[in-house]
Design a protein around this ligand. Structure first.
Ligand code: TRH
Length: 393
């Protein structure tokens, strides 16, 4: 494989952690697994520092995991352009940068947001002329005709090692200052935006037959969790957990600190059901191979609903009709549809084993469609076209 020696990735943080989450993950993989010299240009380092806690948000330039992380300032000083340039989510390169690229044989890629919609296959790899350069669209996705998904080479092996090693699991729970939960406790991670259905969900867990341990990473849903427990008459605090533990009926809730990106996977692996949101955590939940519930990033024009449906259609395709409906209903209830969340949860639990098996097969099936490898193949493809065009002239 002809691979680039260097790669510049540009990321503008719009809100939340999705943009930086995806670019930081890709940057690490290109540097660590392919020995590419990677610079990650980020316009806002506070969000980066949440995903990479060793980082210092005040530094112009710093190195982590083999990646040079640079503050992307508005007055961008000229640098040598890299051989591969990734503009994440059409973030618009610095004005001067295309001129710098024109001086080199640079491949310019616009990495797009993830969607399971049909049109993605037709748009993946399309050129968009920017004379004298060409920018190419690169779409992540779930089929062979798309760019695939970000997955580190050892990820599923590491996951399986964790799941079969009680010691690793004990260490994980200890790192959260929690005892290893009893085998019959349902462990749930809850990473979510504000959600009107939250109190119904907590109610159904509290009143259910099975003990539920819900782990909530610090974030946007937390004020609502706190309000829910504040409104209860009985004292909600769990002994020993201070402000970060609550209990009601059969439900215990623990608030977790936001952890480094690599460690978030362990939380997903350790839980039986994962509530995730946005883009990157949704993909990680798929790799975890456990039943999960996705809260899609809401868009003003409601287009996210089609996106959710498109993914659901693919994901439930191999499930029995019962399980497919149960999964659809819970996801729709969690995404604001007028469906009883309590009933949807009970129905979801009733088909848990089938969903669990499906989740494992789904992860295995998708794992061969590796975004970083596809991206490098595409670099080679475009590089060959460039060379051909130069010969022709
Ligand atoms: O933060 P998000 O809501 O990001 C969103 C979406 O990506 C959306 O598509 C985009 O348009 C919008 O931002 C602007 O959800 P996402 O994508 O799951 O990103 C969260 C990142 O945070 C992910 O990389 C996992 C990481 N994470 C940690 O590193 N530690 C943690 O403790 C947790 C809970 C998450």
């Amino acid at each position: 494989m002809i691979k680039p020696v260097s790669c510049d990735i540009f990321c503008k943080v719009i809100d939340n952690y999705g943009d930086i989450g995806v670019t930081w993950r890709l940057a690490r993989q290109l540097a660590c697994e392919f020995n590419i010299v990677v610079r990650l240009w980020v316009d806002e380092l506070n969000s980066f520092a949440r995903l990479c806690p060793e980082a210092d948000a005040t530094l112009e330039c710093q190195w982590y995991c083999g990646v040079e992380v640079r503050l992307w300032r508005e007055n961008f000083a000229a640098v040598q352009a890299a051989e591969l340039v990734i503009e994440a989510f059409a973030c618009k390169l610095p004005e001067i940068y295309p001129t710098l690229m024109a001086e080199r044989k640079t491949v310019w890629i616009n990495l797009e947001y993830l969607s399971a919609e049909d049109w993605v296959e037709g748009c993946h790899k399309l050129p968009s002329p920017r004379p004298p350069l060409t920018r190419y669209f690169f779409f992540p996705g779930f089929t062979r005709k798309t760019g695939g998904l970000l997955i580190e080479s050892e990820l599923l092996a590491r996951r399986d090692a964790f799941l079969t090693d009680a010691e690793q699991q004990r260490t994980f729970w200890q790192s959260l200052s929690l005892p290893t939960p009893a085998a019959d406790t349902l462990k749930i991670s809850l990473f979510a935006y504000e959600n009107a259905a939250l109190s119904d969900l907590l109610d159904v867990w509290a009143k259910g037959q099975q003990a539920v341990l819900c782990l909530v990473p610090e974030g946007r849903i937390l004020p609502q969790v706190r309000e829910y427990f504040a409104a209860l008459k009985s004292p909600p605090l769990l002994a020993g957990l201070g402000e970060s533990g609550y209990s009601h009926g059969n439900l215990q809730v623990c608030v977790l600190p936001f952890v480094a990106q690599e460690r978030y996977d362990e939380l997903l692996w350790a839980c039986d059901v994962n509530f995730v949101r946005g883009e990157d955590s949704c993909v990680r939940a798929q790799w975890a191979g456990k039943p999960f519930v996705w809260q899609i990033y809401p868009q003003h024009d409601e287009v996210h609903r089609e996106k959710l449906q498109a993914f659901l259609a693919l994901y439930v395709a191999k499930l029995s009709p019962n399980a497919a409906v149960a999964m659809q209903c819970l996801w729709q209830a969690w995404n604001g549809e007028a469906i009883s969340l309590a009933k949807a949860w009970v129905d979801f639990c009733a088909v848990y084993d089938e969903l669990d098996l499906n989740a494992k097969k789904w992860a295995q099936g998708l794992s061969q469609n590796n975004l970083a490898l596809n991206l490098l193949d595409f670099f080679q493809e475009i590089g060959t076209i460039h060379a051909f065009e130069i010969d022709e002239q």
